[in-house]
Design a protein around this ligand. Sequence first.
Ligand code: ADP
Ligand code: MG
Length: 353
Amino acid sequence: MDSSVHLDNVVMKFGDFTAIQQSDLKIESGEFFSFLGPSGCGKTTILNMISGFLDPTEGAVKIGGEDMRGVPANKRPTSMIFQNLALFPLMTVAENIEFGLEVRGVNKRDRKKASDRLLELVALPDSADKQVSALSGGQKQRIAIARALAVEPRVLLLDEPLSALDLKLRQHMRTELKEIQRKTGITFIYITHDQGEALTMSDRVAVMSAGQIQQVADPITLYREPVTDFVASFVGENNAFKGSIQDINGSEIVVDCGPLGKLVGKGVGALTKGQEATLFIRPEHISLIPVVEGNSFDVTIKEINFEGAYLTLNAETTYGHSLAVQIGSDQYSSNMTPGAHISLSYHNKDAVV
Ligand code: ADP
Ligand code: MG
């Protein structure tokens, strides 16, 4: 079955305010797709257009190739899990899961069959008769998933569903959600401001800023080849050096960074000589060991934090640029103290312009 979702040149305006700039995007059948961006960038607005709670001002949402204009939310093949879960606290687990089926007139026996199967899927087989209010946060989360799946949606919409859980549980639920998506094979559209969630679970991610989709790519490509400064800074940590492009040799870009010298990195997107550009280097790509094909900085250590497997350093170049560095604990030596002068290097191939 075609469970693709196409945002066909949609625009969403609230009065004079454009919440979603014109966007064209196709989410494939069975994909785990995330929208990632800071609070207020328009993520919930996108989900609401897909679910039918909002009608786009321009363009159309198509599900399975079918134009959803004029199709009300309750007639769409979608199901939503809200940030606050919105379970019915005074009902049992089974009553919650079966609610949507009961509304649709499904008989008791088939409802029970469905809820038993779903409780198995979310790994809570013996809890059908428990009161929802007696469950833990993680268990409630699973019941919300089971309830959303009960109506057999082709597309499951998840609006920051893990944000209320503590860190450990949140990380555990990532694996579970991914597993449930794999087992059911339905399209998951997940929204989050947490890049860790988006990167670990998704087949592809759309990074958003201020109502605009900045880049759509698989997690590794997003991390390694961000196409805008926003994506480079929002997805993972990055050191940014501003300058102007002095030379282009194939994919190798030479950026004149003033007193820091000429830094070399790999170009992403269309670049031209003379253009202002930013060269990005990830903290984990900076090393204490000199490299051949690369650049070095003389820095002063400002702060050093031992994190177990690795160390993070805050350092400052002679010209006042601050630099975040992450190195393996095995590279630690006792002369690395605040105020110490050291030299740091990076490989040209690891920098992105
Ligand atoms: P996110 O989910 O990424 O935090 P939202 O989609 O909720 O962001 O909101 C995007 C922007 O649209 C925000 O600036 C928000 O204030 C605005 N907005 C959302 N819904 C409405 C509405 N019904 N009327 C007016 N403005 C809205
Ligand atoms: Mg939101």
